[in-house]
Design a protein around this ligand. Structure first.
Ligand code: PEP
Length: 249
């Protein structure tokens, strides 16, 4: 499977709506004419068991939206990567810009979480991306370099890690980066990763930021784009399925 489409449900849903959404997607995956790309659903932590119950034995994977850097202990409200793995999750998002902004996460703390995820046997989806001000000041390449170097653990390889390029100004705003800008940043990430982690061949670099059915085909066909991290549009089965079907085959 060459592409990966990850749905970040953020802080949305109830057990009933989560089960229904997952079941609808699984039905479409099962009825697909051509083998679909990799699909991962990232529900809020309390809904993970409900979604896992529906996805068990299907090709649809489940991931957390965050994890702690420690396996267990006195960390009220946090989620252990080991627990996510034991439940049956295969992925975990780390360093999402909403967590960097809302919870003061730094490159160093994101790296520690990604390291813990790898140790637990999870594939971290490590998010990087510049703010609107940084892009306007021409700092995008410098910010991406700092985040890639600071947030990706030494143990990461092209096979065990996924990177998501998510310009902060494009998340939930309806604005998307141009395909030229996406291609440039993805090439930079591939170069930086390749130099520090034994090559970037096969590395999945996802784009995220207002991906929807209407723009998915163009974005997913862009050089070095190997999938998408989808927020709002992943809450609608029709819209998310159209994005999944937009992957080049
Ligand atoms: C996200 O939350 O990672 C995201 C890209 O959100 P949206 O698709 O809503 O912009």
């Amino acid at each position: 499977m060459s592409h990966l489409i990850a749905g970040n449900w953020k802080m949305n849903g109830t057990p009933a709506s989560a089960e229904a959404l997952a079941a609808e997607l699984i039905a479409r995956v099962r009825n697909a004419k051509a083998p679909p790309p990799g699909v991962v659903l990232c529900p809020p932590a309390p809904l993970i068991p409900a979604v896992l119950a529906v996805t068990k034995g299907t090709p649809v994977a489940v991931g957390g939206q965050d994890c702690h850097a420690k396996e267990k202990g006195a960390h009220t409200g946090d989620v252990s990567p080991v627990l996510l793995a034991e439940l049956g999750c295969r992925f975990v998002i780390v360093g999402h810009s909403e967590r960097r902004a809302d919870h003061g996460e730094t490159d160093a703390s994101v790296k520690a979480k990604a390291e813990a995820a790898l140790k637990a046997g999870l594939t971290p989806i490590i998010c990087v991306g510049e703010t609107e001000g940084e892009r306007e000041r021409g700092e995008t390449a410098r910010v991406i370099a700092r985040q890639v170097e600071g947030s990706i653990p030494q143990a990461s390889t092209a096979a065990n890690t996924v990177i998501a390029y998510e310009p902060v100004w494009a998340i939930g705003t309806g604005k998307t980066a141009t395909t030229a800008d996406i291609a440039a940043v993805h090439a930079q990430i591939a170069d930086l990763f390749g130099a520090g982690h034994g090559g970037a061949s096969g590395l999945k670099i996802l784009y995220g930021g207002s991906v929807k059915a209407a723009n998915a085909k163009e974005i997913l066909a862009t050089a070095n784009v190997r999938g998408a991290l989808v927020g709002g549009a992943s809450l609608d089965a029709d819209e998310f399925w159209k994005i999944i079907e937009s992957c080049p085959r």
